[in-house]
Design a protein around this ligand. Structure first.
Ligand SMILES: Nc1ncnc2c1ncn2[C@@H]1O[C@H](COP(=O)(O)OP(=O)(O)OP(=O)(O)O)[C@@H](O)[C@H]1O
Ligand SMILES: [Mg+2]
Length: 442
């Protein structure tokens, strides 16, 4: 049970609170002044502190300050007199969890306390998660330990320290942006800017002046001089996303940057040297674009010094369960929804889908499922129907596999397509309902 400290110089108030909280099952230590209480806090093991504001030896304000410095996750609730609301609000800005104005109802106090304890738990879980993830399963925000992903991580580690231009190819939602950021973070440029430009999101004219900047009066509307993103990312990394979308004019200018590391602001012919690493990404087949005459071949070879190909999720399905767990944790924290029970069939069913939208689609699906979950449970019925409908059936196998394995895949697919209704599925498969139950057991 949670351990609570109560500090108030009025005996009847601290006794009253102590009695009421003990009745609720909390362990309570009460003090008439701050110093002794703080000694106990510093020993650790305290879950919450309730402190009066106006006291002679140490004020509530001073007590709060010391506690926040010691452990900013330890919730402090301040007790104030009638005229002190302004002060109390100020204390919340300095880290108090909440305040209660005397006289207050014990019921209200009890609600605030349980909320405070809950929020502390969430913060702790989040912290331990981040720590754990940092050390063993997370590579700069990327989850997944499949052979294909390990290869990607190894490759990133190898090329990050160099200045080589990198082209990242892969379907939408495979994590290209995360790879670009990992390349930057694990390079010796990490203390300098990492700037992303989404080339598809900007119209032709805008893109050019975004990238290169412009001089005052360079074109109508150029009221002031503007520093472009290339200059802004000096000494760092610039990530040009959706590079397949840039027009011929910008392609020529980009070629010059790649060859000479020199830019010119729009409306100026003064060359400016930049020290940048360039990373680009695309989900288009640039070779096709070259064939169609939309993308310069010489530019392609300059961009494609090092190529990283992101595997689609369906080619590394063994990563799906860990990704599911990771996103469940992430979104249960974001939405403050505690998930205590995940139907084991979720892993099997979600792993059987083709995920055309890759990790982004899986991530969005898990978020929806958490929001729609009931009583902390996630069950098969929570899988949005459109996710299943959008999934292509996938019975491709490498070589020969046991028939039972293929059968298993097919049954799961049929179940998903039939809203997990076993009777309906059995009918669609032309077998007895009992048979389906038996096969699922197996
Ligand atoms: N390995 C991974 N582990 C955890 N989260 C991931 C992983 N890969 C991608 N994500 C998440 O999936 C989402 C999509 O990733 P990202 O934006 O990097 O994809 P993309 O390849 O750039 O897609 P697009 O081509 O559509 O821009 C992001 O929210 C990202 O954080
Ligand atoms: Mg992207």
């Amino acid at each position: 049970m949670a351990k609570i400290i109560v500090i108030d110089d009025e005996k009847n108030i601290r006794d009253g609170i102590k009695k009421s909280l003990e009745y609720e099952g909390y362990e309570v230590l009460s003090f008439e002044s701050g110093n002794k209480a703080l000694e106990i806090v510093y020993k650790g093991g305290i879950d919450l502190v309730i402190s009066d504001l106006k006291m002679s030896e140490k004020t509530g304000e001073e007590i709060l300050e010391e506690i926040v410095e010691f452990d900013n996750k330890l919730p402090v609730i301040i007790l104030t007199g009638h005229g002190d609301v302004e002060k109390a609000v100020e204390m919340m800005k300095r880290g108090a969890y909440d305040f209660l104005t005397k006289p207050f109802s014990l019921n209200k106090m009890s609600i605030i306390i349980s909320r405070a304890l809950e929020s502390r738990k969430i913060k702790e879980v989040k912290e331990s998660l981040e720590k754990r993830v940092d050390y063993d399963e997370n590579f700069y925000g990327m989850i997944g330990r499949s052979k294909k992903m390990i290869k990607v991580y190894e490759f990133i580690k190898q090329v990050a320290p160099t200045k080589a231009t990198v082209l990242i190819e892969g379907e939408s939602g495979t994590g290209k942006e995360l790879v670009a950021s990992a390349l930057h973070q694990s390079s010796n440029r990490s203390a300098y800017p990492f700037i992303t430009v989404n080339c598809a999101a900007l119209s032709e004219g805008v893109l050019e002046s975004e990238l290169f900047g412009h001089e005052k009066g360079a074109f109508t509307g150029a009221l002031d001089k503007k520093i472009g993103r290339f200059e802004a990312s000096n000494k760092g990394t610039i990530f040009l996303d959706e590079i397949g979308e840039i027009n011929q004019n910008v392609q020529v200018k980009l070629l010059r940057v790649l060859e000479e590391r020199i830019i010119e602001r729009v409306g100026s012919s003064k060359p400016i040297e930049v020290d940048i690493r360039i990373i680009t990404a695309t989900n288009k087949h640039l070779l096709e674009e070259i064939k169609e005459g939309r993308f310069r071949e010489d530019l392609y070879y300059r961009l494609n010094v090092i190529k990283i190909e992101m595997p689609p999720l369906r080619e590394r399905k063994e990563d799906i369960p860990v990704l599911i767990d990771f996103f469940i944790k992430e979104f249960s924290i974001t939405h403050s929804i505690e998930i205590t029970n995940v139907d084991k069939n979720i892993y099997k069913t979600l792993s059987s889908l083709s995920w055309e939208g890759n990790i982004r689609e899986l991530k969005n699906t898990i978020e929806t499922m958490i929001i729609m979950s009931k009583d902390g449970k996630i069950s098969l019925e929570d899988i949005p129907k459109y996710v299943i409908d959008n999934s292509k059936n996938d019975f491709t196998v490498n070589g020969i596999i046991p028939l039972s394995e293929l059968e298993n895949k097919y049954i799961n697919y049929a179940l998903a397509k039939n809203n997990f209704n076993k009777a309906q599925t059995a009918k669609a498969l032309g077998i007895e309902r009992a048979t389906i139950y038996r096969k699922l057991e197996e």
